[in-house]
Design a protein around this ligand. Structure first.
Ligand code: AHM
Ligand code: MG
Length: 337
């Protein structure tokens, strides 16, 4: 047993003390994300019960409209974050445009970008899903409403990023950048508290021989991607082999496993999705920062994900993320083609 129990609140305060320049605002922003995560977790855990608890049509037991869980998660986050004076605007995978802070609330200096419930098509089969978040400092003048320019910043400018995984237990994993490290907290539902369970996460080195990709798209990939996977499988004359394949199809789960056990997670471009499927701002960049802060890497095949400057809120990218050695190998194969 660990000698001390550390709640996420305590951990955030301790980290703030280590950086005297950090404002209390930033810590409060992280608490509010944790609170939203607890509300979403409660609802995700109830998802399987909706049918037997008597919700009919599109109303629930309270007589309220039953929402899709991803729309619910989006609203929980917006409502938890819009009024506290931390943010100048938000953007969500669930929303076409930036989300302004209502005029009646104070305007803050941070921007929050999020994917409220990634992998939500897996809910019905009880597979783990997740929330992903990314925080930037604003670049537009203070005190004014946030702008698109505040959102379209490269990942390396993130001041915090992380995810919540709703799995066999709910965990929140976050980083405040490479120097701050990556820390994981497990929700104790009886206490309603996230407790530090995975301090200073590092991707295992040497890397686990595990690759994670939707191999059904093999025929739609370029030659480089095909040869890389041939190498992992030890077929078609490629040296290598000896790898295991693991693909859940729920990115937060696949990335969480990659972070704890090592290996590489990939979502390459293909002929059907020429820019890739995953979104830079809500998926790739935040998970790239977490991965980098744990000693790993994330690349689009030729560039570091954290260097990409998105042109639009919903821009997509190919993604190769995980143990640095394997991401470097992927880049080499994609260069050779
Ligand atoms: P979503 O944002 O619509 O939920 O899509 C993202 C999800 C990821 O969680 C996962 O890695 C990927 O889509 C799976 O896609 P595919 O079914 O093409 O393998
Ligand atoms: Mg998503």
């Amino acid at each position: 047993m660990r000698s001390k129990v550390v709640t996420i609140d305590r951990h955030i305060i301790d980290q703030e003390r280590a950086h005297p320049a950090a404002s209390g605002r930033f810590s409060a922003l992280l608490y509010d994300i944790a609170l939203a995560a607890k509300i979403i977790s409660r609802e995700v855990n109830m998802a399987g019960l909706i049918d037997i608890l008597g919700a009919t049509g599109d109303t629930n037991v309270q007589g309220e409209r039953v929402q899709k869980l991803d729309a619910f998660a989006h609203e929980v986050i917006v409502k938890a974050m819009d009024h506290a004076g931390h943010l100048c605007c938000m953007a969500s995978e669930e929303c076409d445009d930036i989300i302004p802070i209502p005029e009646r609330f104070e305007i803050g200096n941070y921007v929050l970008l999020f994917d409220p419930l990634d992998g939500s098509s897996n809910i019905n089969v009880n597979v783990s899903i997740g929330t992903i978040f990314s925080v930037h400092q604003r670049v537009s003048p203070r005190g004014t409403p946030g702008t698109l320019a505040d959102c379209l910043q490269p990942g390396l400018r993130q001041v915090a990023a992380g995810y919540v995984i709703y799995g066999s237990s709910t965990m929140m994993v976050y980083t405040t950048g490479v120097e701050g490290g990556v820390h994981g907290f497990t929700l104790d539902p009886s206490l309603g508290e996230f407790l530090l369970s995975h301090p200073a996460i590092r991707i295992p080195d040497p890397p686990a021989r595990v690759y994670s990709v939707n191999e059904a798209y093999y025929a739609r990939w370029g030659r480089g991607e095909q040869r890389l996977v041939d190498r992992f499988r030890g077929v078609n004359g490629e040296d290598g082999g000896g790898y295991k394949s693991r693909y859940i199809g729920s990115m937060v789960s696949d990335v969480h496993r990659t972070l704890l056990q090592g290996g590489i997670f990939m979502y390459p471009r293909d002929t059907r999705a020429p820019a890739g499927k995953l979104r830079i701002l809500y998926e790739a960049a935040p998970l790239a920062l977490v991965c980098a802060a744990a000693g790993g890497r994330a690349s689009d095949g030729s560039r570091d994900i954290l260097d990409i400057v998105p042109e639009g809120l919903h821009d997509r990218t190919p993604l190769f993320l995980g143990s640095a050695e394997l991401v470097n190998l992927a880049e080499r194969y994609l260069r050779e083609r």
